[in-house]
Ligand binder design. Structure first.
Ligand code: SF4
Ligand code: SF4
Length: 352
């Protein structure tokens, strides 16, 4: 993979990677039953922070709970047997508030499943970082400021959190050096964080992490169309100066350039066949974008096996009733959906 300032199509976020799973793609195209390739798993709805832009905030406050360790281990055994290949341990809340998180991730890894972690990073420590960097494919920290004052303000964080995070970034850099674990930061770009972008890149690079991803905060109308384009934004040019063979700057340009809006040009969501979402309440959702909105859930792992939920009538009903005009234009599944929409609308298939 090319290193440097990279845009989505050259990065690990490129939706084309779905074609590395041709067996599932063929099954889908032939209308056969198939299980997802990956699962976004929220183990806990608790969080040690209250970020001003938290997408799940209302939901987390209304459903404070976490998944039982025994249930998680039996879920992982089942998912592994069904051929799920990757689990993204994410929110909901902060995964590290779950006391058994690392053990559960190690178990998934031992079962042959790739694991990744999305976290605010404050609850990490040397021992957790040592264990995680041995098994995780990636660890992504959320950080959108370079100084303690704004960090505290944006994250509604405890006064000591920023200091702890800086220490943890250094440990992550140290322990992931030479390992296969990609460590990096997600920076949420909006008017109040924009001026902190370059200093934050510098801080993360100095800590020895391997990537820096930039996204627009999608549920706030931050920018007008065209105000942040690849061509005209001076920040991109300055950011380039920090990228090198050991440090990627990933501009999620489809997310940065799109203004938050709803609705799709396609009418079917294919992406949910490849990646699904399980909440800390145990509900299986059509995708992580709808976590907490029960009408998009089709069963609960506390009551049924995942396999039974996946092939249930409830799932068919939720999918049939999906109204894509209520989905964010730049949702997680958009890349895959656009690919399949294009494929299904091609003509003259037998002329190359
Ligand atoms: S750290 Fe994540 S889950 Fe916690 S409040 Fe912030 S955005 Fe929400
Ligand atoms: S938000 Fe995206 S992934 Fe989720 S159902 Fe809508 S189109 Fe599919």
């Amino acid at each position: 993979m090319k290193k440097n300032l990279i845009f989505t199509e050259q990065s690990q976020f490129n939706a084309l990677k779905v074609f590395r799973h041709m067996d599932r793609v063929c099954d889908l195209m032939k209308g056969k039953k198939m299980f997802p390739i990956s699962v976004d798993l929220s183990v806990s709805n608790f969080c040690n922070q209250k970020c001003v832009w938290c997408y799940y905030r209302g939901y987390l406050e209304s459903a404070r709970t976490m998944l039982d360790k025994g249930l998680l281990l039996s879920l992982l055994r089942e998912l592994s047997a069904l051929g799920v290949k990757g689990i993204n341990f994410t929110g909901g809340g902060e995964p590290l508030t779950h006391p058994a998180l690392i053990e559960v991730m190690e178990y998934a890894h031992a079962k042959g499943i790739d694991v990744g972690l999305i976290t605010n990073g404050v609850l990490l420590n040397k021992e957790k970082i040592r264990r995680l960097t041995r098994i995780a494919k990636f660890i992504r920290i959320s950080l959108s400021s370079s100084g303690a004052k704004n960090y505290r303000k944006f994250h509604n964080a405890h006064k000591d959190d920023f200091k702890k995070l800086i220490e943890n970034l250094k440990l992550l850099g140290e322990y992931s050096k030479g390992s296969k674990c990609l460590t990096g930061v997600l920076f949420l770009l909006e008017p109040k964080t924009q001026s902190e972008l370059l200093d934050t890149i510098e801080l993360v690079k100095k800590s020895g992490l391997k990537f820096f991803e930039v996204r627009l905060i999608k549920n706030t109308p931050c920018f007008t169309p065209g105000s942040l384009t690849r061509e005209n934004d001076i920040l991109y040019e300055k950011a380039k100066g920090y990228a090198d063979n050991n440090f990627d700057i990933i501009m999620r340009d489809e997310l940065v350039r799109a203004t938050p809006r709803y609705g799709k040009e396609y009418k079917l969501c294919y992406a949910h066949e490849f990646v699904t979402s399980i909440s800390a309440e145990g509900d299986v959702y059509v995708c992580c974008e709808f976590e907490g909105k029960k009408k998009y859930a089709f069963g609960n792992i506390k009551k049924k096996k995942f396999e039974d939920i996946w092939f249930s009538d409830e799932r068919k009903k939720v999918v049939k009733n999906l109204d894509l005009s209520k989905c964010f234009a730049c949702c997680k599944g958009d890349g895959i959906n656009q690919l399949f929409h294009t494929l299904n609308n091609l003509e003259h298939l037998n002329f190359m």
